[in-house]
Design a protein around this ligand. Structure first.
Ligand code: 5AD
Ligand code: SF4
Length: 467
């Protein structure tokens, strides 16, 4: 196995720039400057944005949701599908008039889109009001880039990649109080043929277990009760590292931490989901009963073309093992419809797989061509309209299954984290440690607390009562 060469550095160099920005920005704007962070895409990006906000606070900015009022605007972008990219271009375009009115405003773009050379070039050429484009490997250098631009440097385009370094101790300003994200690894080595992620996020790098444990304990101490561990493929955590802690062992370690909380994780690649992991989930009471196992296609032929390293049979065997070992588990998945070369016969295998497994919910996508990936040059003969029909057929099937699934909850009692206001006055909602949401009568003082709720029935959603 290839040795993991990951090294860890810290934020100290950037802290110096943050201090410089603090005084320079105050001089330029004449008051405490405001920053707006706009996020597209996955939970990894949501967490990265929390770190962008942390760094911006360190630089003396206050955070605003209003782009129009901000002195610094940053778009944290997603490149997974074309639709996401189009939305980003539209949104960045809206800053043109802000820049015309207030030329001191700084506009920046970061995240997966900006790591692609052709996209950075497009910002350079066609969006002259964009000041900073920074790739995914340098986002911790935000204070340095702001400082340089405020001091009159030319526009900044920094896309360099470093696959061996993890930067720890980047300041963070979390969006939530009782729910939080915790990255355990970065990058992806799988190169599924449709996916741009390995090209823009680089190779797999695992954080040190001690760093993860320290951040986890800090979150628990601060009252976070629902913690999601993040990685493109958490099941390959620790591969090639000397510390010998794999994902199952990491879960056991975190499960030992004192306190009442739920540990969630995503995403799991089915090829690395081991019996050891299933048994760990069974043994660890604080680990959620939710497995997000994206199967992408029910056809072994298509899975091979996707470079997924499992086939229909081994996926179904994995699901059988999971159901056998876990008395209760909510299964969810990602599916791509209309991959190049997929026929209706292949797609029907996706339908029959969905019918067999009975997922709690699905994230379904029509295949989107990503330049630079192997699938982009594969022959694709099915029209978008035809793919749309298949897609609708899949949604309809899942709707029926979701209705059937409801019965498995009714009559049971769950420990739920009361996490939001309900649809009616005096009602709150909570999540089980799987994926179900239950509404129940409760005082709002219970927000952020665990309660035991018995599910009584279903009416536009599950409802129940605290017992
Ligand atoms: N087209 C459509 N969906 C995609 N995904 C990743 N790349 C593409 C693409 N090119 C989906 C996969 C993945 C999820 C995060 O996004 O289903 O699991
Ligand atoms: Fe993309 Fe596949 Fe890596 Fe997921 S595992 S990020 S789908 S390449």
């Amino acid at each position: 196995m290839q040795k993991n060469l990951t090294q860890t550095t810290d934020f100290s160099e950037q802290a110096v720039f943050a201090n410089r920005v603090k005084s320079l920005a105050f001089d330029i704007y004449g008051t405490t400057p405001k920053a707006c962070v706009i996020t597209f895409g996955c939970q990894q990006n949501v967490n990265d944005s929390e770190r962008l906000k942390g760094m911006l606070c360190e630089c003396g900015y206050t955070i605003t949701d209003e782009m129009e009022a901000a002195d610094f605007i940053i778009f944290n972008t997603c490149a997974v599908r074309e639709h996401a990219e189009m939305r980003v271009f539209g949104n960045v375009g809206m800053t043109k008039h802000i820049k015309a009115e207030r030329p001191n405003t700084i506009v920046a773009v970061c995240g997966c889109m900006s790591q692609q050379e052709h996209i950075a070039q497009k910002f350079k050429r066609s969006y002259p009001y964009v000041d900073i484009v920074m790739g995914t490997h340098v986002s911790h250098r935000l204070p340095e880039f702001i400082y340089k631009r405020l001091s009159g440097s030319p526009r900044i385009f920094e896309l360099s990649m470093d696959n061996n370094t993890i930067v720890e101790d980047v300041p963070i300003k979390r969006d939530g109080t009782f729910k939080g994200w915790l990255p355990i690894m970065y990058g992806c080595n799988n190169f599924c043929t449709y996916c741009i992620v390995p090209y823009v996020r680089g190779r797999e790098r695992s954080r040190e277990p001690e760093k993860i444990l320290a951040e986890f304990k800090e979150m628990v101490k601060n009252g976070v009760k629902d913690i999601t561990l993040l990685g493109q493929n958490v099941n390959s955590y620790g591969k090639g590292c000397d510390h010998g802690v794999n994902f199952a062992k990491l879960l056991r370690m975190l499960n030992e931490v004192e306190g009442e909380f739920v540990i969630r994780f995503m995403t799991s690649h089915p090829k690395d989901c081991t019996i050891e992991l299933l048994d760990t989930i069974r043994d660890c009471k604080k680990v959620s009963r939710h497995l997000h196992l994206p199967f992408q296609s029910g056809s072994s032929k298509i899975l091979k073309r996707m470079n997924r390293y499992y086939d229909r049979e081994s996926y179904l065997k994995l699901i059988e093992n999971a159901k056998e070992r876990l008395d209760y588990v909510d299964l969810t998945s990602d599916i791509i419809v209309g991959f190049p070369g997929e026929t209706y016969e292949d797609f029907k295998e996706t339908l029959t797989l969905v019918e067999k497994v009975k997922f709690a919910s699905l994230f379904t996508f029509i295949y989107s061509k990503r330049n630079g990936t192997p699938a982009a040059v594969m022959e694709d003969n099915i029209s978008r309209a035809e793919k749309g029909k298949w897609f609708d057929e899949l949604l309809k099937l899942q709707e029926e299954i979701a209705k059937e699934n409801i019965n498995k909850y009714i009559g049971n009692t769950y420990r739920v984290l009361c996490d939001d206001f309900g649809s009616r006055d005096g009602y709150m909602t909570g999540h089980t440690n799987g994926t179900a949401v239950i509404e129940f009568k409760a005082d709002e003082s219970l927000l952020g607390q665990f309660v035991s709720v018995k599910v009584l029935g279903y009416e536009n959603g599950l409802y129940g009562e605290i017992i």
